[in-house]
Design a protein around this ligand. Structure first.
Ligand code: ASP
Length: 325
């Protein structure tokens, strides 16, 4: 048996050369270490892949420096709306929430929808109510919105009013603000992102989960790829995938599912096919990354942006990265 294995990401972004760690990165690295060691050892103890990805994403949602749960980016009106999805490989059971704003952990709501079995997706107030009724902690916007995100949003708003700004430019992949937002909190501004996890448990079952606040300045009602099964999240008997990047491009290329289809071909190489899927996403206006685990234990973490926060737990060993290797 190849498992257990856990792979996580904390979002991708940027398109220049990597300038090294920011002053906030040690906190992100420490959060990723805690997630990998805690959930990795629970996987060793026998928790299933679905619970592993839920716990991993919950912990990343609780870290304010990632763009999911507390610390999500702000939309065009300066508010938070969050998306999340989860899928179990064994039976392709899935759950997703769109534009929730009252729950601490959107991924736990997605998990509760999966457990219920029908429907697969809930949106807005109905998703919040279902989550709260299912026991997910209710929170208010004061809990979710951080000063750092307010500062990023203000920067976005000021830039947006510049002549030449287009609607497309208005929705900014949150890592793209890396190095460009001066805040009173840090001389090395934040670049933080959507979070995701894929796991293979000791029974050979795979699962994938992804959670986000979306993109800074996103228009009201916008739904990205994160809650869409097959776009940002996919798990079947063979592979589990979680994506991060410009959501519209991942939706238009159904990126996570595209990788799953390619990996059904005999002899398919995970690294080659992952790169090829990311190449396919790019022409649709998307840059980003993806993480995956195969049922035989193969793992790949790929990105076409400057950085992707990422980590692997396997055989009690942890590897973490941010910039190019
Ligand atoms: N995919 C997310 C979205 O489009 C953003 C990200 O991954 O950074 O909402």
């Amino acid at each position: 048996m190849a498992g257990p294995v856990l792979v996580i990401h904390g979002g991708a972004g940027g398109d220049g050369p990597w300038k090294g760690m920011t002053s906030l990165d040690p906190e992100r690295v420490s959060c990723m270490e805690t997630v990998l060691s805690t959930v990795g050892s629970l996987l060793s103890d026998g928790i299933d892949a679905l619970e592993a990805v839920t716990l991993a994403v919950e912990m990343l949602e609780d870290e304010p420096l990632f763009n999911a749960g507390k610390g999500s980016v702000l939309d065009e009106g300066g508010k938070i709306t969050m998306d999340a999805s989860i899928m179990r490989g064994a039976d392709q059971a899935a759950g997703a929430v769109i534009n929730v704003k009252k729950v601490r952990n959107p991924i736990r709501v997605a998990n509760a929808i999966l457990q219920k079995g029908w429907p697969v997706m809930l949106n807005g107030d109905a998703a919040d109510s279902f989550g709260i009724e299912s026991g997910v902690e209710e929170v208010n916007s004061e809990y979710l919105i951080t000063e750092l995100r307010k500062a990023q949003w203000k920067k976005w708003k000021d830039t947006r009013s510049e002549i030449g700004s287009t609607d497309e430019d208005d929705a900014v992949l949150d890592h793209d603000l890396e190095g460009r937002v001066e805040t009173e909190f840090s001389d090395d501004p934040p670049g933080m992102g959507t979070v995701g996890a894929v796991a293979l448990d000791s029974h050979g079952i795979l699962a994938a989960a992804t959670s986000t606040g979306g993109m800074t300045g996103k228009p009201f009602g916008r739904v990205g790829d994160t809650p869409i099964i097959g776009a940002a999240t996919w798990a079947d008997a063979n592979i589990a995938v979680s994506c991060t990047g410009v959501g519209e491009a991942y939706i238009r290329s159904c990126a996570a599912h595209e990788l799953a289809i390619r990996m059904r071909m005999e002899g398919a190489d995970l690294a080659i096919e992952s790169t090829s899927v990311l190449d396919m996403v790019t022409p649709f206006g998307g840059r980003g990354g993806l993480i995956s685990i195969m049922a035989d234990g193969r793992v790949h973490l790929g990105f076409q942006t400057t950085l992707m926060y990422r980590g692997v737990w396997k055989n009690n060993e942890i590897e973490i990265g941010i910039g190019p290797n």
